[in-house]
Write a protein that binds this ligand. Structure first.
Ligand code: AGP
Length: 612
């Protein structure tokens, strides 16, 4: 997600904006830019880190008492200098920064092109500033009223700040679904995406509400209005958070913040991609190559780590729902084993970072051998996004914690949509099943919220496990990969050795490990294999193993035999991994904290393994 910072007052704006952008670096981004007003409107923007912007800005002598700054997390248009914010109006008099997505930007853009506007970037943001300019000119409106009118025409989320070269006495900002904070200083105002760039100057803040606009002037006055031009009484608060906590949104660690973001990020990964009532799934990358995709004889997933686990879940779903043969490969093995490939193969790479060296190398081999390449990636414009023929971004926002959480669930959403789209097109699932699973998907954010509300129960169980040296995770069918993911989470951030296993495999060796010192986590939410998983639990209990079971709401069988039981809300079996993984994420988080480990940057690990 992008970062915004703006200033108007008696000081020089540039140093405040630059420092503010550095405070927002934790949000993750791929480009940055600043506009200031003096006798003219000066704008400098650059792909890359804030430090690169700084090295270019130093040549431009950016001075003036009003300005706006932005760090971009690309959603529309690759990361480059042209797509970086701020974006200017056609006549160069207005400059705007934006955090959010204008969903109907293409329609608006075409209408503006028809009225003679030309665009420099691929972004939805540039469309917005041109729309404001159009209303300002054709309707002879003030900047405030042109902005208000434009905002009634856009669909989507926005946090914006706009300045006008011809009226350097005011900053105007507005928000809907993306946060904005107003900082109130002595004869100066700060506006930012969160309070971290503001707190060193003032603790007096106003958190803007949805569809509110603020006009901040260099005479020390400000006004807040709603989109209907009605003045709102500001709710001024006193900040009591430390900067470090602010960057984590008040959470103690990025990983916990990202676990709790999942109701929102799962909803974001679905936005505009499905409609249960009307019965459709839309995956942009898919539609461009649907002939080759629908005629693929085989689907091969290449991935690493958590992304490899989501690929395993996709294998169950696509083979079950679409009846297409699926293979799941560790990218690091695939790249060296001289794989047999042809143009009838669809090779899908899953990668949060889009930069994992082994996954990239696997794609290069698949490309050489004629396969169609599809990417399921979080970072827009990343290497994997660029090498693939088509793909779908998961829109999870920057994932800062090394242990992947929200990216995993957003990957699953895209993979489930892919399986449903393939099955629906090939007629291998009934329309009723298709809609049932779409309705189920639409219910996931609220159900994840229900689970998160019970985090204290997980914390209690974590106390029991935190001093153990080993752990086993068991699951059947679609929950076997969830067992692998739970085990990976625990070992990578708490350093407890943990293994995931298909539950039925226990009798082929691992059961020798079971004694009173071995906690066994069992994901037992499968309706289809309930009796079998219950007997697996009995086998563990018979050997004094400690059993912690994740079950579906209302399960009264397993709660009688397991030592601890955590219930997740009922959902269709194919969708259970989206819910059953949440308690396992929380469990590994709490155990890591209790063991004093570095949750966000565990030892020996990197967020993106860009080397072999
Ligand atoms: C998962 O928690 C780990 N951080 C790691 O296994 C990660 O999933 C793996 O390195 C793949 O990364 P990618 O999704 O960015 O390709």
């Amino acid at each position: 997600m992008c970062g915004i910072v703006a200033y108007i007052g008696e000081k020089q704006a540039y140093p405040i904006l630059l420092e503010g952008l550095k405070r927002l670096e934790y949000r993750g981004y791929d480009s940055a830019g600043i506009s200031v007003i003096n006798s003219s409107l000066q704008t400098v923007k650059k792909k890359g880190k804030v430090s690169e912007l700084e090295s270019v800005a130093i040549l431009s002598d950016l001075h003036g008492n009003i300005g706006i700054g932005h760090t971009r997390w690309a959603t529309h248009g690759k990361p480059d200098d042209l797509n970086a914010h701020p974006h200017l109006s056609g006549d160069g008099s207005l400059s705007l920064v934006h955090n959010g997505i204008i969903e109907n930007y293409a329609t608006i853009k075409q209408a503006l092109i028809d009225r003679g506007h030309t665009f420099k970037s691929e972004t939805d943001t540039e469309v917005l500033i041109h729309l404001i300019e159009e209303y300002k000119k054709t309707d002879a409106l003030s900047l405030e009223h042109a902005l208000t009118k434009a905002l009634t025409k856009v669909v989507g989320a926005y946090a914006i700040v706009v300045i006008d070269k011809n009226n350097p006495n005011e900053l105007i900002a507005a928000r809907k679904s993306s946060p904005l904070v107003l900082g109130i200083g002595d004869n100066e105002f700060f506006i930012a995406s969160d309070a971290s760039p503001i707190i060193q100057y003032t603790k007096k803040v106003v958190y803007l509400n949805d569809e509110e606009i603020v006009i901040a002037k260099n005479d020390g006055t400000f006004t807040i209005k709603n989109i209907h031009n009605e003045i709102q009484e500001p709710d001024i608060k006193e900040l009591d958070l430390k900067i470090d906590q602010l960057e984590k949104g008040g959470y103690d660690h990025f990983m916990l913040k990202e676990i709790f973001e999942q109701p929102t990020t799962i909803a974001e990964s679905m936005r505009g991609r499905l409609n249960a009532n009307e019965g459709w799934v839309s995956l942009g990358g898919f539609d461009q190559f649907q002939n080759r995709i629908h005629h693929a004889k085989r689907i091969i997933f290449v991935a690493c780590g958590t992304s490899w686990h989501s690929a395993l879940i996709a294998e169950y779903l696509i083979e079950d729902l679409a009846r297409i043969p699926v293979e799941v490969e560790y990218a690091s093995e695939f790249r060296y084993r001289n794989p047999i490939l042809s143009e009838d193969d669809l090779v899908i790479a899953i990668s949060q970072s889009g930069e994992t060296a082994d996954t990239l190398a696997a794609l290069e081999i698949a490309k050489e051998r004629g396969a169609l390449l599809y990417g399921i990636v979080n970072v827009v414009g990343s290497s994997i996004a660029r090498i693939t023929d088509c793909g779908s971004y998961i829109h999870a926002g920057p994932e800062i914690g090394v242990a992947s959480t929200k990216a995993f669930t957003s990957q699953l959403v895209v993979l489930i949509l892919m399986a449903l789209k393939l099955g629906n097109k090939r007629g291998t699932i009934s329309d009723a099943k298709f809609r049932e699973l779409l309705y189920g998907l639409e219910s996931v954010p609220a159900k994840v919220q229900e689970i998160l509300a019970q985090s204290d129960k997980i914390k209690y169980i974590a106390q029991e496990i935190k001093d153990r040296q080993n752990a086993l995770y068991l699951g059947r069918g679609i929950n076997f990969p969830v067992a692998l993911e739970g085990a990976l989470k625990l070992k990578e951030i708490s350093y407890i050795h943990a293994e995931g296993y298909p539950a039925a495999e226990m009798k082929h060796g691992p059961i020798a490990l079971i004694d009173e010192n071995m906690p066994v986590f069992v994901i037992a939410t499968n309706a289809s294999a309930h009796e079998k998983i219950a007997s697996n639990i009995q086998e563990v209990k018979a050997r004094k193993g400690l059993v912690i079971a994740i079950v579906s709401e209302g399960d009264t069988t397993i709660s009688k035999i397991a030592d601890y039981t955590f219930e997740i809300p009922y959902i269709e079996e194919q969708l259970t991994p989206l819910l059953s993984v949440i308690p396992l994420q929380l469990l590994s988080y709490y155990i890591s904290v209790m063991r004093g480990c570095n949750v966000d940057q565990p030892r020996n690990l990197a967020k993106s393994v860009t080397v072999e």
